[in-house]
Design a protein around this ligand. Structure first.
Ligand code: HEC
Ligand code: HEC
Ligand code: HEC
Ligand code: HEC
Ligand code: HEC
Ligand code: HEC
Length: 495
C-alpha cells in the first residue's frame, strides 16, 4: 500500500480526499462533457440556434473554470489540513484504503452529473431563447415591445430570430449589450422610451431573409382601409388600394415594384441627417450588373459638409418595415378599426374625435392604470345623457383596450415616438425619398406619382359595387391639397 502511495503525486490523493476537491472535479468534468455535447448539437444543427453560443461559450465554460477552481481549493485545504494535523498520515492511509469504493462513487456521480448537466444546459439554453425570457423577465422596460409583439403577425417568431440571428459573433455582441441592459434594469437607469432605431441591428439578410425570400415576392396586394372622419357623424370613408409589392426574381414575373429596392441586382444606400432616419438628403443606387451608379440629392435638404461625414447605410427590409412586430397604433388608426368592427358604435356623435382626445390625454398619465381611469372619466363626462348608456360603457372599455395595447406611459412609449416607415400617411415613410425633390444629375426625380406604388381601385363614403383596375384619381376627403404638402404634415394620427 505504501509503495503505491509513493508513486502517486500527493495532490491527487489530496484531491480525492477532500469533498470540495471532489465536487470541483465533478463540476469541471461535467461541464467539459456538457460543452462537447452542446458543440456537437450546434454542429449537427448547422449553428442555426441563437443563444446556443451563450451556453457553449459563456455559461458552460464558467462552470468548468469554477470546477477547476474548487478542485484547487480542495487540494489546498487538504494539504493544509495534513500539514497541521498530527493525524495526517493516518488519515491518508484511511483515505488510500477506501480508494476503490470512493472511485466507484466518483464514477457513478460523474455519470449522473454528466447526464443531468447535459439536459440541464440544453433546457437552460431553450429557456434563454424564449420570448418570455427576453420580454417578460425584465418586465417594465420590455413591456411595450412584448405586448405589441404578442398581438403581431410575428407573435410566434422568437425575439432572438430577429434580434440576434445565428452564429457566434452576433451573440457575443448582443451579450455585451445584454449585460449592459441587465445592469441598467437593475439600477433603474434605462432610457424611457428606449431609443429607436436600434443601433447595430443585425442586417436583415441574416434575420428576416431567413424566412422571407426577397427573390420570391411577386404580385399585387390589396389593402382595404375603412376610415371614419373625426366629425359629428363619424362619416365613414373607404379606400381600396392595390399595392404593387412586386418581386425581385425574373423567374417569377417582371422584376419591379416596391421590392425592387431589395432586388438582388442593385444596391441602395442612403445617408440620414437625423438619428431617427426620417430625413434622407442623399441616396445612391448601384446597379450590380452594369455597375452604373446613380446619386439622388434632395433639393429641399441639401447635404451640409458635416452631414457628408455621416455613416452611409445600406437599405434593407427594416428601412421600410421598421415595425413588423412592435406596432404602436395611433389613436385614429386604432379607433377606425374598432368603429369598423362595431366594437364602438359609430352612431354615438363625435365618438371618434372624443375617444382620440381621451387617448392623447391619457398617454401622458403617470401610469397605465391612471391612464385607464382618465379615459373612463373623460368619456363618461362627454356623454352623461346619451340614450344608450351600455353603448357608452362599451366604447369606454374598447378605448381602454386600445390604450393597454398601444400606450405605455411608464416607458413614455406610444405611436408618437415610434415612426412607421411603411406608406406615407402619419409619417414621411416612402416620401422620405419619393417626395419629388430628390433628383439625379440629369434632374430626374424619384417618383412621387400616386400610381408608382399603388392604384386606388375604390373610394368614397359608400362601400363600392365596382372597382376600377385602371386606378382612380385620389379623392381627398379633406378637400384639395397642394401636392408639395406631405400627408404627414396634417395627418399625425390624432387630433
Ligand atoms: C419580426 C422580427 C422581430 C421580432 C420577432 C422581435 N423584434 Fe424587436 N424589433 C424588430 C425590429 C425590426 C426593430 C427595430 C425598430 C427600429 O430600429 O426602428 C425592433 C425593435 C425592438 C426594440 C427597440 C424599441 C422599439 O420599439 O423599436 C426592443 C426593445 C425590442 N425590439 C425587443 C423585442 C423583444 C423583447 C422581442 C420578443 C418578445 C422582440 N423584440 C421580437 C423586430 C423584431
Ligand atoms: C422565423 C421566421 C420569420 C422571421 C425571422 C421574420 N418573419 Fe416576417 N413573417 C413570418 C411569417 C410566418 C409571417 C406570416 C404571419 C401571418 O400571416 O400570420 C410573416 C409576416 C410578415 C409580414 C406581413 C405582415 C402582415 O401585416 O401581414 C411582413 C411585412 C414581415 N413578415 C416582415 C418581416 C421583417 C421585416 C422581418 C425581419 C425584421 C421578418 N419579417 C422576420 C415569419 C418570419
Ligand atoms: C422600399 C420599402 C420596402 C423594402 C426595402 C422592403 N419592403 Fe416589404 N413591403 C413594402 C411594402 C410597401 C409592402 C406592402 C404592404 C404594406 O403596405 O404594408 C411590403 C410587403 C411585404 C410583405 C407582405 C407581402 C404579402 O404579399 O403579404 C412581406 C412579407 C415583406 N414585405 C417582407 C419584406 C422583406 C423580408 C424585406 C427585406 C428583404 C422587405 N420586405 C423589404 C415595402 C418594402
Ligand atoms: C432611401 C430612399 C427610398 C425610400 C425610403 C423609398 N424608396 Fe422607392 N425608390 C428609391 C429610388 C432611388 C428608386 C429608383 C428611382 C428610379 O430609378 O426612377 C425607387 C423606386 C421605387 C419604385 C419603382 C421601382 C421600379 O419598378 O422601377 C417603387 C414602386 C418604389 N420605389 C416604392 C417605394 C415605397 C412603397 C417606399 C416606402 C415603403 C419606398 N419606395 C421608399 C428610393 C427610395
Ligand atoms: C413611393 C410609393 C408611394 C407613392 C409615390 C404614393 N403612395 Fe400612397 N401608399 C403607399 C404605400 C406603401 C401605402 C400603404 C401603407 C400601409 O401599408 O399602411 C400607401 C397608402 C396610401 C393611402 C391609404 C392611407 C393609409 O395609410 O391607410 C392613400 C389614401 C394613399 N396612399 C394615397 C396616395 C396618393 C394620393 C399619392 C400621390 C400623392 C400616393 N399615395 C403616392 C406608397 C406610395
Ligand atoms: C393640408 C392638410 C392635409 C394634407 C396635406 C392632407 N390631408 Fe388628408 N385630410 C385633411 C383634413 C382636414 C381631412 C378631413 C378630416 C380630418 O380632419 O381628418 C382629411 C381627411 C383625410 C382622409 C379621411 C380619413 C381621415 O383621417 O379623416 C384620408 C384617408 C386622407 N385625408 C388622406 C390623405 C393623404 C393620403 C394625403 C397625402 C397625399 C393627405 N390626406 C394630405 C387634411 C390634409
Amino acid at each position: 500500500m505504501s509503495g503505491h502511495k509513493a508513486s502517486r503525486p500527493q495532490w491527487v490523493s489530496a484531491l480525492l480526499c477532500n469533498w470540495v476537491g471532489i465536487f470541483g472535479l465533478l463540476l469541471a468534468v461535467g461541464s467539459l462533457f456538457a460543452a462537447l455535447f452542446l458543440v456537437a448539437i450546434d454542429f449537427l444543427r448547422g449553428f442555426d440556434q441563437p443563444y446556443m453560443g451563450v451556453m457553449v461559450f459563456l455559461v458552460v465554460p464558467s462552470f468548468f473554470y469554477l470546477g477547476l477552481f474548487l478542485a484547487g481549493v480542495g487540494i489546498w485545504l487538504e494539504l493544509r489540513r495534513r500539514k497541521k494535523s498530527a493525524a495526517a498520515e493516518a488519515r491518508v492511509e484511511a483515505c488510500g484504503e477506501w480508494r476503490t469504493r470512493q472511485l466507484v462513487a466518483v464514477l457513478v456521480f460523474t455519470f449522473l452529473f454528466l447526464i443531468l448537466s447535459s439536459f440541464g444546459s440544453y433546457r437552460a439554453f431553450e429557456v434563454t431563447e424564449s420570448p418570455e425570457f427576453c420580454g417578460a423577465l425584465c418586465h417594465t422596460p420590455m413591456k411595450p415591445e412584448y405586448t405589441t409583439y404578442k398581438i403581431s403577425p410575428h407573435a410566434r417568431v422568437r425575439c432572438t430570430e430577429c434580434h440576434i440571428g445565428s452564429g457566434a459573433s452576433w451573440f457575443v455582441r448582443s451579450k455585451i449589450s445584454g449585460l449592459y441592459q441587465v445592469y441598467s434594469t437593475l439600477t433603474d437607469s434605462y432610457p424611457r422610451p428606449i431609443p429607436v432605431p436600434v443601433e447595430n441591428l443585425r442586417p436583415a439578410p441574416e434575420t428576416c431573409e431567413q424566412c422571407h425570400w426577397p427573390a420570391k415576392f411577386h404580385g399585387w396586394m390589396e389593402l382595404r382601409r375603412q376610415f371614419f372622419l373625426p366629425d359629428q357623424q363619424n362619416t365613414p370613408w373607404n379606400i381600396r388600394l392595390l399595392v404593387y409589392v412586386g418581386g425581385a426574381a425574373a423567374t417569377r414575373g417582371p422584376v419591379g415594384g416596391i421590392h425592387w429596392h431589395m432586388s438582388v441586382s442593385n444596391r441602395m444606400e442612403y445617408l440620414a441627417a437625423d438619428e431617427s432616419r426620417q430625413t434622407i438628403p442623399w441616396v445612391r443606387v448601384t446597379n450590380r450588373e452594369t455597375g452604373r451608379v446613380t446619386v439622388y440629392e434632395s433639393k429641399d435638404n441639401p447635404l451640409t459638409p458635416e452631414q457628408k461625414k455621416l455613416p452611409i447605410r445600406v437599405l434593407d427590409c427594416i428601412d421600410c418595415h421598421n415595425r413588423p412586430t412592435h406596432i404602436f397604433e395611433s389613436p385614429y388608426r386604432a379607433l377606425d378599426v374598432s368603429l369598423w368592427l362595431g366594437r364602438i358604435d359609430p352612431a354615438i356623435p363625435s365618438i371618434k374625435e372624443k375617444a382620440a382626445k381621451a387617448l392623447v390625454q391619457a398617454a401622458d398619465a403617470v401610469s397605465q392604470a391612471t391612464g385607464i381611469a382618465l379615459i373612463a372619466q373623460a368619456l363618461s363626462k362627454e356623454y352623461p345623457n346619451y340614450q344608450d348608456q351600455p353603448k357608452i360603457e362599451q366604447a369606454i372599455s374598447e378605448t381602454q383596450r386600445i390604450f393597454r395595447a398601444n400606450f405605455f406611459p411608464e416607458m413614455k412609449t406610444n405611436w408618437k415616438v415610434r415612426p412607421d416607415n411603411i406608406g406615407h400617411y402619419n409619417w414621411p415613410g416612402c416620401f422620405r425619398c419619393h417626395d419629388g425633390s430628390h433628383v439625379d444629375k440629369t434632374g430626374r426625380a424619384i417618383s412621387q406619382d400616386c400610381n408608382t406604388c399603388h392604384i386606388i381601385t375604390a373610394q368614397g363614403a359608400q362601400q363600392p359595387e365596382t372597382v376600377s383596375l385602371k386606378g382612380l384619381e385620389f379623392d381627398h376627403p379633406g378637400g384639395e391639397v397642394p401636392p408639395e404638402f406631405p400627408c404627414s404634415q396634417c395627418h399625425t394620427g390624432a387630433p
